[in-house]
Design a protein around this ligand. Structure first.
Ligand SMILES: C[S@@+](CC[C@H](N)C(=O)[O-])C[C@H]1O[C@@H](n2cnc3c(N)ncnc32)[C@H](O)[C@@H]1O
Length: 335
């Protein structure tokens, strides 16, 4: 390559329009309408809720990327390369690319990557004015994203929480940051004497409430909207933190633990079931993964000893240490 070719290559590799246009198409769901045989721009604009002229420009640009064929005059159609933009394609990438999806929301924060590299702070906050989880939980636009990805499957060795802790004397568990309710639902199914409440931000709490109801567990389970930086519901025997602290820096992690310590009020326990994504330190994708994660949220990797130290900083003492796997540990604290 000569110097001019290098310069052109650099400008091309920094082009933001290409990813933005592909993501706009994924967000609007335009491929699904094209696959259903709608090629007229005005009709597509009506179905997608857009302006006709600018949708025409978007589709025309996607033709130049060979994802579509056709024109505004003759109508558009999907090209083979654009088929995975369809929701029901066997290799669909729509969920990953849509702006109102969980992965898409992370990706877009990368436009502020320089802030993360300068400061270590998540670019997400600067780009969207709030942290990743808050932005996903703020309003109905992202409710679908949480729902589409949340099943009742346990992930990251969460079976350890269900099987590796002695739940026999526990009546009431508060699953702090309990997301879709997957952990609580599995806990209640396995330990039929238990009652429990998911505490999470608005969209997640609404989803958890629906999932608990659909699981037939509404007589023993509930979900409430709230923040774990505010006072937590009182009266729990165990305040469970599953895969929570791994998203927060030390100061915020201690603040969350303090809220659990306050709510347990000396009679309850705090069960820390944190995850460590240490695996990301290996492999060819390591730097890429690190930049992507750090633009989204702090994602510290902590040892069990470091987790115990956070508990102590929050005024808690370790009263039990359970089994651990490569990605999950169990620590019980009391005030
Ligand atoms: C990584 S997920 C963990 C979900 C679940 N505990 C599990 O083990 O699968 C983190 C959860 O923390 C919740 N969260 C983030 N900030 C929160 C806040 N300020 N108050 C309550 N929940 C919050 C998110 O909505 C999300 O459901």
């Amino acid at each position: 390559m000569d110097d001019l070719a290098h310069a052109e290559h650099l400008v091309d590799s920094a082009d933001l329009l290409r990813p933005a246009a592909v993501r706009a198409a994924a967000t609007l769901g335009v491929a699904d309408h094209l696959a259903a045989g709608v090629g007229d721009v005005a009709e597509l604009a009506r179905l997608c809720g857009t302006r006709t002229d600018l949708l025409g420009s978007l589709l025309g640009y996607l033709v130049s990327l060979e994802l579509l064929s056709g024109s505004a005059d003759d109508g558009f159609a999907l090209a083979p390369a654009g088929l995975p933009l369809c929701t029901d394609h066997p290799f669909s990438v729509r969920e990953n690319l849509r702006d109102d999806g969980m992965a898409g929301r992370s990706d877009i924060a990368l436009v502020g990557l320089v802030h993360t590299i300068r400061t270590g702070e998540p670019a997400h906050v600067g780009v969207f004015g709030r942290g990743y989880w808050e932005s996903l939980n703020d309003g109905p636009a992202f409710a679908g994203a949480l729902e589409r990805l949340a099943g009742d499957q346990l992930v990251c060795d969460a079976e350890l929480i269900i099987e590796g802790y002695d739940w026999t004397g526990v009546r009431e568990v508060v699953d702090v940051g309990g997301n879709s309710g997957a952990v609580l639902i599995n806990l209640l199914r396995r330990h039929t004497h238990l009652r429990g409440t998911v505490l999470d931000l608005e969209n997640s709490a609404a989803l958890a409430a629906r999932n608990i109801e659909n699981a037939g567990l509404a007589d023993r389970g509930a979900a409430v909207a709230g923040s774990f930086f505010e006072p937590l519901p009182a009266g729990g025997d165990v305040y469970l933190l599953s895969a929570i602290l791994a998203d927060w820096d030390d100061a915020d992690a201690v603040a969350i633990l303090r809220r659990c310590a306050e709510a347990s009020a000396g009679t309850g326990k705090v069960l820390l079931a944190d995850v460590s994504l240490d695996a990301r330190a290996a492999g060819a994708q390591a730097d890429r993964t690190e930049l992507w994660l750090r633009a989204m949220m702090p994602t510290p990797v902590r040892t069990v000893e470091q987790l115990k130290a956070l508990g102590r900083a929050a005024g808690l003492r370790v009263t039990w240490e359970g089994p651990a796997t490569a990605v999950r540990s169990l620590i019980e604290f009391s005030v």
